[in-house]
Design a protein around this ligand. Structure first.
Ligand code: ZN
Length: 266
């Protein structure tokens, strides 16, 4: 899979400053993720296409609808009006982009090959990874970020139970490398993904221990488990704790009562 990585700056809280998009070279020149309408970013796409002898951009695939992955879609549509735009539902409304919805898990012709569009919800309800079976390369969106963990924003479509299922589904594929929306390429995907799963299992145990000790609100659990975390990061920590509590509720192990959460007696 011949590709060029482009990096854009973005102020979204998800982006932590910068986000990558990928130009896939070949018969169907494709952009994976459209982070910004910035003209220099769009020029960079043109330069990457020209350098590889490609024709104009023919397709844009967006991994998920967070602003740092989709804010540039309308500008890309204006510059390459013939390009096809694809993402999983829900589709944005009113952006003027003729989105085509990705349904099920199709093979999509892109660059010089085929990408398998895997539904990988959890970080976002529409999250999709693109897998090049031939090279073992996964275009991972925000499924995994080298050197850190991924936010599961429980109040904004995040779902920890789905995220863990998505991690396991990707582990089963045995990708050789993950090219992420943020950070450097992940060259040992299995160890990072297994680490993510065990990190969440440890956190889940800690949340259960809090509940057993009578610490029953998300805020109180954040204060206990994230005591060393800077105040600015506490809202994100709260979203993660809520994601754990809701997963435990889906698992039938806790019950919510207003802001309180209680262990379900066996
Ligand atoms: Zn995201």
């Amino acid at each position: 899979m011949r590709h060029t990585r482009l990096t854009a700056t973005h102020t979204s809280p998800y982006a932590q400053g910068s986000v990558h998009a990928y130009v896939l070279h070949g018969e169907v020149p494709t952009l994976v993720d459209a982070p910004t309408a910035d003209a220099s970013f769009l020029d960079g796409i043109d330069e990457a296409l020209r350098a590889q002898g490609d024709g104009p951009l023919a397709q844009v695939i967006v991994t998920h609808g967070h602003p740092d992955h989709i804010d540039g879609a309308a500008a890309a549509h204006a510059r390459w009006p013939q390009a096809v735009f694809r993402k999983r539902a829900p589709l944005p409304e009113g952006d003027g982009v003729p989105w085509q919805v990705i349904e099920k898990e199709p093979m999509i012709t892109a660059g010089d090959g085929q990408l398998w569009a895997l539904f990988t919800p959890g970080h976002a309800p529409d999250h999709t990874c693109l897998f090049d079976v031939h090279s073992g390369t996964l275009l991972g969106g925000d499924l995994a970020i080298n050197g850190t963990t991924v936010a599961i924003p429980a109040d904004y479509g995040g779902n920890l139970r789905q995220y863990l299922q998505s991690l396991r589904a990707v582990l089963d594929l045995q990708p050789r490398v993950i090219l992420s929306g943020h950070g450097e390429p992940i060259l040992m995907p299995a160890s990072l993904l297994r680490g993510y799963i065990s990190h969440r299992m440890t956190r889940e145990r800690e949340v259960l221990e809090c509940l057993a000790a009578g610490i029953t609100t998300a805020d109180a659990i954040v204060d206990r488990l994230y005591a060393a975390t800077a105040d600015a990061l506490k809202p994100a920590a709260r979203q993660n704790v809520l994601a754990h509590l809701r997963k435990l509720a889906e698992d039938g192990r806790v019950d919510p009562a207003g802001d309180d959460w209680h262990l379900r007696s066996a």
